[in-house]
Design a protein around this ligand. Structure first.
Ligand code: G1P
Length: 292
């Protein structure tokens, strides 16, 4: 068995400019899908996959993310006094264990690669996961859990990949693969961040879930800038891939890119429709709205 994946990094420093004015005072990761902040879904996906330590790369105006995963003594006290047992249980269910979270600030917005590099001391010398909170994957068994299944067989580096229409490849990191893959696992042999339209090596994109060996920090150390003038994770992954190899898992599940308004709105509809307490009423409302 390869070394267990115990730690996960959540880069949550982004400004969320696409969602202004909503994100002026509220971090984009705290926007809600149904009744939970986006970051909650991603943290739950990591918990389900067995992650024990949660590392958040934050920035200014992001302290509410730490508050969200903390115990709110006043709220607990008030709920207890009012006999709101269900609400208390709900809070308990989402809390992260003491000492199992770490927060550090990405002091300047230099790119995703730089954000991940900021976690180097907290991760140390062991393989770890990265989950981008813009991306929600809706599925029975979470995307990271599926990737860990693959990792337990292959070891090394594993990234989640999925197909998108060709005219969208310029919005993502795109991989080049050799063959059709076995059991959904591809051998990745090239990648490029945000290729110009018409130049992508395939229509398989990097979804925003990664299992990486700690040597990735050595490549990020160079602080070289790439696409968009930012320090790109994909550029470091390319070097890591050449040195160690990399698997791409075509995971099961439906992805919602909550970094875009359509993706975020779609996530709200999809998650609400899969909630027992809301589905019937909400379906009826949607039918009415669509009939207009
Ligand atoms: C980042 C990564 C990109 C990946 C994408 C997934 O881009 O750099 O490789 O495909 O997330 O959402 P961003 O969305 O931060 O521009």
């Amino acid at each position: 068995m390869p070394a267990p994946i115990r730690k996960a990094v959540f880069p949550v420093a982004g400004l969320g400019t696409r969602f202004l004015p909503a994100t002026k005072a509220v971090p984009k990761e705290m926007l809600t899908v149904v009744d939970r902040p986006i970051i909650q879904y991603v943290v739950d996906e990591a918990r389900e996959a067995g992650i024990e330590h949660f590392i958040f790369i934050t920035g200014r105006n992001k302290h509410v993310i730490a508050d969200h995963f903390d115990v709110s003594f006043e709220l607990k006290h008030t709920l207890r006094e009012r006999g709101k047992q269900k609400a208390l249980e709900l809070l308990e269910q989402f809390r992260l264990a003491p000492g199992k979270t770490s927060f550090t600030r990405q002091q300047e917005p230099l790119g995703l690669g730089h954000a991940v590099w900021c976690a180097r001391e907290m991760v140390g010398n062991e393989p770890f996961a990265v989950l981008l909170p813009d991306v929600l994957v809706k599925v029975e068994r979470g995307c990271l859990a599926q990737m860990i299944d693959t990792y337990n067989q292959t070891g090394g580096n594993v990234i989640a990949v999925e197909e998108v229409p060709e005219d969208q490849t310029n919005q993502y990191g795109v991989v080049d693969v050799e063959d059709a893959g076995t059991d959904g696992v591809y051998h990745v042999h090239g990648m490029v961040e945000k290729p110009a339209p018409g130049t992508a090596p395939s229509n398989l994109i990097i979804t925003g879930r990664y299992i990486l060996q700690p040597q990735v920090f050595d490549y990020l150390e160079d602080q070289e800038t790439g696409a968009g003038g930012e320090i790109q994770l994909t550029d470091a992954l390319m070097k890591l891939m050449k040195a160690q190899g990399m698997s791409g898992l075509a995971f099961e599940g439906k992805t919602y890119d909550c970094g875009s308004k359509i993706g975020f709105l779609s996530a709200n509809v999809a998650y609400a429709l899969s909630r027992e307490d809301l589905a019937d009423d909400y379906r009826a409302v949607l039918k009415d709205l669509l009939a207009d």
